[in-house]
Design a protein around this ligand. Structure first.
Ligand code: HT7
Ligand code: ZN
Length: 882
């Protein structure tokens, strides 16, 4: 496989002004005719270099240049390119190719899912549809005609507006769509199938009426309303918060069952994984409802951040993805609890993105090189990219940030641009120099920020000293990395827990009691004056920068912050840090073979929370959740799988015993409300159920009969999947074998026809940390509802096992690793993108002791030697063995 470098970027030799496509869809093949109206790129010299079009897995049937039929002597054809020599500045290329969507299991290009035709072109799937300049800086207008059997495919869709349709004599029909907005090929889409839709309208800020349609398989038509509501909220929010109006007369979403990611923002025709559209109380959890809302918003927001203004090349991927994640996070924060959204995002980032940043695939937010771009749809591009924008927002403030985004959209509308162009717009609009800040785009790795304090009682000054560094990452030595700009939002608490007024040395007056310091040097001190007593600092409020901050808090200080910090995020953070300290102590006890003893201050802190009825229940639920095993692994020098599991389970057990009364009380009170209230997908109800369910999961650890009875009551009598699945998970992880088996069987029987619900049934079992996990997963692979061809199934069973069931996956005999490698080898041939994502846990071998390292590396070597590897799998395996 070849490496592509950012430094080699060159503007396209030729442009495509118009793209006219015709698809003839049949059961055993599809014919694609394309007419490309092209010209030499006027920005380049007048000479005419050879034209090289991308094309893969295409059977070329016919090729014309300006109506002249070309013979094999007129062009060169390889398995990835078609090269010919234009003779004029402007010309037209006609081609006809045959493709095979019916046997496309990679789900890239044109493929079939549950009997319908659909496409996935990002990043480089369009080249599997026709010969083209498949790169995001070639933007063209598209006209698309598709024809197919009318009975099998009554619905024929593509981007833009429908302009014509008709019937043929042989039972076939056709439709033509025109997209007035120029777009790169990765935003192309078509759909043909037997679909029903829910239709609604949205009136935009300039009073245009837009038709909204969500297409699904007929049996799912009752699960679409939540996505439609989310879409309308998103459209309104983007107008209000970013001034962005929708631009076509129609916006469509189509749900498909087989999809490699969550969804795709094709212009005017978003294609979604059905798991990211379908949601109703009986079949989707609260988390699934929130995920649907967030993904609908994310794809809709791409219409501006991605489609109207797109990426020049794939190194700029975070330009659209980081920005759009930042935008969808703002939306979700406004729709639900902002603090809870931030807590969840940070927990996810610190567990998974930090691990990526510390692993063999670590790369900057704007990478310099890749082999297979599909491997770069990463947590770094998306989540860290969003954090980078969040820091720009923090540094500029709301008003200047909005000015910058307005300028960016206005300046670059219709263009394919770079991350530099984005930052320039932010600088021009705000007057803030972001030169040094841009290191966040080019330097990989998670910066460490060590903070120390000095209080001078006589001078009444308090000094905080920050020392930043960033570990080495592939291709970047630690010593070569330059200091980042790290915005540190902070406050100083007095002995009563109040925020002190903050006046830095040299300032005439205090500037508020919560402020942002810009740490820009490797070592830097800030001195606050008029500080009458030694304060307690609340640092990095809201997690104002994606760094690993360390400050030597003792446990009493953390308990104090948990109760008094004016920043909700940092109240949670203090609880997490306290839990981490306590769990690390238990891990050490386990390693020394000592009896485990739980720090009673953690019990006290959580009791206080449980007894405070005035607190947001969602916050209480978050604060009751101990740091996960994956996070404890991430922060370990060498992860001790068994000790981490034993320590965390011991802590949960002890907390459950010690806090039985308040947990039982909160559980019963909340279950009573749930029992007597119809399901509502709104924040207050999410919060109640979250606390109810986490309480239940603790309570069951006591094994008390009244808890089993309550679990069974909830499982059987509830009206929604949130309560049902939580009760099922509790049973699955309990010692009550008979009840567990009965519930699992009843669940599968009741939901056997609902693929998305069965995914949850697989996941709950795959994640169960009871002994024998691998055997259970292997047995489930034989279940009739399981198939390796469906990415949701693979993620639900194999992904959940390797990602969430750490004790079983990391079994000391290496059986979990062998199993995963076996699946990766099979999937490599079926679906390379899924294979390469699935193998991520194996690449983290450096985190473990020598025995596990050897076993993991042996499996990576075995994959490498297994035969013809896709570029996707080859890149990840080879880089992780370096
Ligand atoms: N922009 C979309 C990316 C995407 C994708 C990438 C690679 C392979 C399959 C894919 N499906 C969708 C998703 C998004 O960020 O909105
Ligand atoms: Zn996106």
């Amino acid at each position: 496989s070849k490496t592509i470098y950012l430094k080699d970027y060159q503007a396209p030799d030729y442009l495509i002004d118009e793209t006219h496509l015709t698809f003839e869809l049949f059961e055993d093949h599809t014919l694609v005719h394309s007419q490309l109206v092209m010209r030499r790129n006027p920005a380049l010299s007048a000479e005419l270099p050879p034209l090289t079009l991308d094309g893969q897995q295409l059977e070329l049937l016919e090729l014309k240049l300006d109506d002249r039929e070309l013979s094999a002597a007129d062009y060169t054809l390889t398995d990835s390119h078609l090269t010919l020599q234009p003779t004029q500045v402007s010309f037209v290329i006609d081609s006809s190719v045959r493709v095979h969507p019916e046997s496309n299991t990679a789900l890239e290009g044109l493929y079939k899912s549950s009997g319908m035709f659909c496409t996935q072109c990002e990043a480089e799937g369009f080249r599997k549809i026709t010969y083209y300049l498949d790169r995001p800086d070639v933007m063209s207008s598209f006209t698309t005609t598709l024809s197919g059997d009318k009975q099998k495919y009554p619905i024929l869709l593509s981007n833009g507006n429908p302009v014509a349709s008709g019937e043929e004599d042989d039972g076939r029909h056709w439709a033509t769509w025109e997209d007035p907005f120029k777009k790169p090929a990765y935003l192309f889409a078509l759909v043909a199938g037997d679909l029903w839709c829910v239709e609604d309208t949205f009136t935009t800020m300039s009073s245009r009426e837009v038709t909204l349609r969500i297409y699904v398989e007929p049996e799912n038509i009752d699960k679409v309303q939540h996505a439609m509501d989310s879409l309308k909220k998103s459209m309104k929010w983007d107008e209000e918060v970013y001034g962005r109006e929708y631009d076509l007369d129609i916006f469509m979403i189509v749900a498909v069952n087989d999809f490699n990611m969550g969804a795709m923002e094709n212009k005017g025709l978003n294609i979604f994984n059905s798991s990211a559209v379908l949601a109703r109380a009986e079949t989707a959890t609260d988390a699934a409802h929130q995920r649907v809302e967030a993904i609908v918003a994310h794809e809709y927001f791409h219409n501006w951040s991605g489609n109207r203004v797109t990426c020049r090349d794939w190194f700029q991927l975070s330009l659209k993805e980081g920005f759009t994640v930042f935008r969808d996070a703002g939306f979700s924060a406004d729709m639900n609890s902002a603090t809870v959204k931030r807590i969840q995002d940070v927990a996810y980032l610190r567990t998974h993105q930090f691990a990526e940043d510390a692993g063999p695939m670590a790369h900057p937010v704007r990478p310099d090189a890749y082999m297979e771009i599909s491997n770069f749809y990463t947590l770094t591009i998306y989540e860290k990219g969003s954090e980078v924008l969040r820091m720009i927002h923090t540094l500029l403030g709301d008003v200047a940030f909005r000015k910058g985004s307005d300028l960016y959209f206005q300046r670059h509308d219709g263009q394919a641009v770079t991350c530099d162009d984005f930052v320039k717009a932010m600088e021009d609009a705000s007057g803030v120099d972001l030169t040094q800040f841009k290191r966040w785009y080019t330097q990989a790795g998670t910066p460490r920020l060590a903070v120390s304090e000095h209080y001078d009682a006589a001078a009444k000054t308090y000094t905080l000293t920050f020392a930043q560094s960033c570990p080495a990452t592939p291709g970047q030595r630690e010593g070569d990395k330059l200091p980042f700009v790290i915005p540190v939002e902070l406050g100083l608490l007095d002995a009563q827990g109040n925020d002190l007024p903050l006046r830095l040395q040299g300032e005439a007056v205090a500037v508020g009691s919560n402020r942002v310091l810009s740490v820009t040097e490797a070592q830097q001190s800030f001195t606050f004056v008029d500080i009458a007593e030694k304060p307690l600092p609340s640092l990095l409020r809201g997690f104002s920068a994606p760094v690993k901050l360390s400050f030597a808090y003792d446990r009493d200080q953390l308990m104090f912050l948990m109760q008094h910090d004016s920043d909700g995020f940092n109240r949670w953070e203090a609880g997490q840090q306290l839990s981490v300290q306590v769990l690390q102590e238990l891990i050490a006890q386990h390693q020394r073979g000592e009896p485990l003893v739980l720090e009673q201050r953690l019990v006290t802190a959580l009791r206080t929370l449980l007894q405070d009825a005035s607190l947001d229940q969602a916050m209480v639920a978050e604060m009751l959740s101990l740091p996960g095993e994956a996070y404890l692994t991430e922060i370990s020098e060498v992860a001790d799988v068994e000790a981490i599991h034993a320590a965390r389970e011991f802590a949960r057990q002890q907390l459950a015993e010690a806090l039985f009364e308040p947990l039982w009380q909160r559980y019963q009170a909340n279950r009573e409300v749930s029992r007597t209230t119809a399901y509502v997908a709104e924040a207050e109800h999410f919060a109640r159920r979250a606390l109810q369910n986490i309480a239940l999961s603790y309570l069951m650890l006591t094994g008390k009969p009244q808890v089993l009875a309550a679990t069974l009551e909830q499982y059987e009598a509830c009206d929604n999947m949130t309560e049902r699945l939580a009760a099922l998970a509790v049973l699955v992880n309990s010692p009550f074998e008979v009840e567990r088996a009965k519930a699992l069987e009843a669940f599968a029987e009741h939901f056997k026809d609902n693929a998305l619900v069965m995914d949850q049934w697989f996941s709950v079992q795959a994640a169960s940390t009871l002994p024998g996990g691998l055997a259970r997963v292997q047995a489930l692979m034989e279940h009739p509802a399981f198939t390796l061809k469906n990415p949701n199934k693979v993620r639900a069973l194999i992904g959940a096992f390797a990602g969430q069931n750490l004790v079983n996956f990391h079994a000391a005999d290496g059986s979990g690793y062998r199993f995963l490698a076996d699946q990766v080898i099979v999937l490599n041939a079926l679906n390379p993108q899924i294979a390469s994502r699935l193998l991520a846990p194996l690449t983290r071998w450096r985190k473990y002791g020598p025995a596990r390292q050897a076993l993991m590396k042996a499996e990576l070597e075995r994959i490498l030697a297994s035969g013809e590897l896709s570029a996707d799998v080859y890149e990840v395996v080879s880089k992780s063995l370096v």
